[in-house]
Design a protein around this ligand. Sequence first.
Ligand code: ZN
Length: 236
Amino acid sequence: MSHAVHALRAARLARSVKPFLARGSRAARCPDCRLAASHCLCAWKPKVSANSGVCLVMHDVEALKPSNTGWLIADVVADTSAFGWSRTEVDAALPALLAEEQWQPYLVFPGEYAEPERVVTEVDVPQGKRPLFVLLDATWTQARKMFRKSPYLDSLPVLSLQPETLSRYRLRRSKRDDHLCTAEVAAMCLELAGDERAADALNAYLDVFSEHYLTSKAPRAVDLSNELHERLKAFL
Ligand SMILES: [Zn+2]
């Protein structure tokens, strides 16, 4: 398996002066899914197609974190690109991607931080184009800084996920906290764009990933026949 986040992680590791030590990294890890080999996720990767694309702009160490969920998006959505963010430079491939004829890019961010004329709440793609969701993959504090200090994103419409959509979504996922991870935001975007099957697959995959990740840290064995795995089987 090699995708955009995989490649970004390899490039970031190559630039590291000190080796990046994830917590619990003494356990043997699967090089593909990054989880402990005993909790490998590789057999559970969904196979679905999506009309939408995703462009991840990742804060410095995000691609290295074992808990990063941008990785899962790249596993599910074939057209996922990933770029490392820096305040002072931009990879020329990023503005080039945003300018590609086939895409209608949307910067996904809360509308209250943008000029009102930039804010949209629905995905309404011009004829012949496909939606490209630009996600800032970072902590909330970092993401706000990235939003303010990335001039190449300033011309994009800002897709603001609405409170009604968010609460409906939380109910359905029976989430206990308010924080949405990057994969959940991507799933909501896919749903808004009519890519429902990919959205469902990503959510089911995220649940199984979380289960594998948490049980590996406990540590205890993961139950491969539980309800979460059963649900994901529909997308394999
Ligand atoms: Zn694996």
